[in-house]
Design a protein around this ligand. Sequence first.
Ligand code: M6R
Length: 613
Amino acid sequence: MCGIVGYVGGQDAVPVILDGLKRLEYRGYDSAGVAVVNQGSLQRRRSAGKLDRLASSLAAEPLRGEWGLGHTRWATHGRPTEENAHPHQDCGGHIVVVHNGIIENHLELKERLVEEGHRFVTQTDTEVLAHLVESAYRGSLEEAAREALARVRGVYALVLLHRDEPQRLVAARMGPPLVIGVGESEHFIASDIPALLRHTRDFVFLEDGDVATVTPTALSVRNLEGVEVTRPPQRVTWDPVQAEKGGYRHFMLKEIHEQPRAARDTLLGRFSVEDGEVLLDELGPAAAGLREASRVMLLACGTSWHAGLVGKFLIEHLAGLPAEVDYGSEFRYRTPLVGPGTVAVAISQSGETADTLAAFREAKSRGALPIAICNVRGSMLTREAVGSLLTHAGPEIGVASTKAFTSQLVALALLALHLGRLRGTLSPDQCREHLVALARIPHLMEQALSRADEIEELTRSLTHATDFLYLGRGINYPIALEGALKLKEISYVHAEGYPAGEMKHGPIALIDDALPVVALCADDHVYEKMLSNIQEAKARGGRVIAVAPSGNGDLRGLLDGPGDAILEIPSCPALWSPFITVLPLQLLAYHVALRAGRDVDQPRNLAKSVTVE
Ligand code: M6R
């Protein structure tokens, strides 16, 4: 949500900022702008719509910048117009600010500032920041920022510059992420790592309450009271090439095909087949706490929540531990029975999702042991956790989560097996057997993805469908939910996921020949039951697309109607089938969206990291 880029150094700031903003496009936005200082003159350029419009305007009338900042805005307060686009400035036109987040008390602050004589020209909450800093400014931007922020209630990642403080940017964070890239006699600021990977791999991760000042050669971080804090740079191992499309038409397609690699990398070095053990030393002090666990609480949102549902199944089945899954956005608004003995596992690709973080903090404050499953080292979630299990998906740029999801499944599988060994529900031999099967999964994923063309072909006949029903049972029920979410978010076609057994309790009324029913069948103990559900749908004239292991003649006999199809997947142990069944569903969503002419990587209204509640 919103992208921020700032630059101080020897390069022209404008292309650096534009390129960074381009690489943050996946976060979601609807207007964009830059502000730079050149030879003592502060200039802004903003536009509604996508970055291309801003780039065209800059090509027509170029700007040069000795230093500067830029922003892509995802509208919250005020329509996505040029006037409301960031950067916003003070009355004097000396100070500009870009901001991600929400200033909750902006109306009350605005009222006072107007009384003091400040003139507001936008409908945004952010504009108060420029005027607050202006009113506090007595020669030091950093001090004015600190004084202004003391009056602010809300969440923010922001960057400020003052025309008369050359080559200096001030950044502050309370909530949404902000990283500082460290270069050779230059510094960069951004909302997310991929914006800066082509310049540096060394990052300082700001924490809540940090106020940082950067010049080309200096970086200092203080807290809101002005006390210096130490934030050593960390080296990020992400390959910049992973943040490029690499010949694929969309990031989403590239990321779908990267899943075998991501699953392998997430497994790598974390188990010993010889010993039949999972090695999770990286959990640090949390590793010991796992022994005492009496229950597991999985907290997440969206796709990560679906991973949590699979995780619950695995943990209960393999470790015999009660596991519960809750939405980050719901958990803290009930009375959760969480305390010592509960392991709170937050699952998040970004590690910055506001709802997941809030739930995690709530669980932590109630005495739970906080563990993160996360794709971003140094993210807020990993910093708040006692132990983290990183997924090694690499940067995920497409808004629709794909490789992060299957990597989360790998992490959850390892955690469940580990808990099983700790609690003695699995012997080393049993654990070994599961590990051997798990280690084969990336290869089976490759096999499943090699049938991508069939799925593309199938979607030709789906262009008129306005609703889809996804059915699954047991460990594949969450995959039905995930398949439906993927389709909804990128194609804007309505889809629902249901446990197949629930169909007869309501959704069966929807079935006719216009509603594709996507049925997930695995080699498991509910396979026969899925066949019965498929028969129920067929008996009502339904059109069924089954995802099923190859060699199932019984299914073939059933699905001989004009619109019916079987998407064959390689056979694998039931417990690991979600890794495979989800793949055709991701491809189905992708191709349906493509045929509908959607913006697959940046679907409307969505943001990659949802950093507001
Ligand atoms: O970064 P997180 O995993 O915490 O994000 C959670 C959800 O916002 C995310 O999974 C969202 O549902 C995706 N758009 C799904 O594709």
